[in-house]
Design a protein around this ligand. Sequence first.
Ligand code: HEC
Ligand code: HEC
Length: 327
Amino acid sequence: MGKKLLWIPVALLGIGCAEVAYLSVKAPNMARPSDIKVAGTPEQVARGKYLAEAISGCADCHSDTDGTRFASPIKPGGHFKGKKFPKEAGLPGEFSAPNLTSDAETGIGRISDGALIRAIREGIGHDGRVLFPIMPYPEYKSMSDGDVQAIVAYLRTLRAVSNPLPPSKIMFPVNLFIKWVPQPAGKVAEPDRNNPVEYGRYLAAIAGCKFCHTPTSGNELDTARLFGGGHEFASGEYKAVSANLTPDPETGIGRWSEEEFLKKFYDYKDYAANGPPQLKPESFTVMPWLGLSAAEPADLKAIFAFLKTVPAVKNAVETHPIKKEKS
Ligand code: HEC
Ligand code: HEC
């Protein structure tokens, strides 16, 4: 299913020859991958699995998923073998989320730990290519060194599955514009897990809540209205709009109790365990309910505590607008 549709090339028309020539030679801001070797302790593997599956959504994009069912569950055998994004996602080009199993030919078996870490946080592929930011590296840039290493430790435990996929092809001129997106992450300190508001802020970034739940203005997030909702996601004729998560009492979650907030997520545990129902146009969503239903209570409480501190935004959102007219 299509997830992040911010880069549709609306604002990219009307650039001149000089700009194109400049952009063609512009080198992205890229650091060398580090020569780290991740230890792969049981603690790292467990933390990495939790982040990759429940919190940061890696499994949703990098697995073969069933888009005909609510919230696109992972198909049996599809776990981390990668997928080609469907045309309906409306992306500027053809995109594959690569196979992240340890297969040497078609997976990450031959990619170093340092190159994986750079790809995840900085958006530079193992071959030096600028990754298309549907891979949410701008969000993962704030992921701590410990957490990104834990994810790599977990990926290394995945049984090799051979699944060749076509490489992504990014349309001109989007392929030039994305050269600005990658930024070196440097060293990222561990967040303070004993401070719920700070830890909630951290999780809301690396879980993509901030990205998906902030309205857009042109091709950018409208940072004056963080978490204000209204970010639209379409796939073919389906559409979902993100909810307002700010403390506004009328249009946000100002009147929700912590208990109600947690229940929203845990209500999907049954779907995660037994398989969700067939997708109906009015239930279409990109909200990663299945993965997040496994988020720990303390983590959801931290996110809730943090959301209570963001400035209230008045923005009434209809999260499941009626199916768009067939064209
Ligand atoms: C919204 C979908 C999405 C999510 C979520 C996502 N990815 Fe990706 N990822 C992609 C796509 C698509 C590409 C390929 C981009 C391209 O080809 O330009 C990619 C590329 C990569 C690469 C680059 C491999 C190489 O060529 O060197 C790695 C590694 C990776 N992702 C790991 C992760 C990890 C780990 C997570 C979770 C922390 C994650 N991804 C979350 C979609 C996603
Ligand atoms: C890929 C985009 C995406 C990500 C990532 C995402 N959301 Fe959502 N979220 C949505 C959309 C779209 C909806 C509206 C459709 C629905 O309810 O399923 C939604 C709905 C919700 C709702 C329901 C609100 C209501 O009024 O029923 C809550 C609560 C929520 N999200 C919280 C979060 C939190 C917290 C995170 C991060 C841990 C998060 N979301 C991550 C897109 C996203």
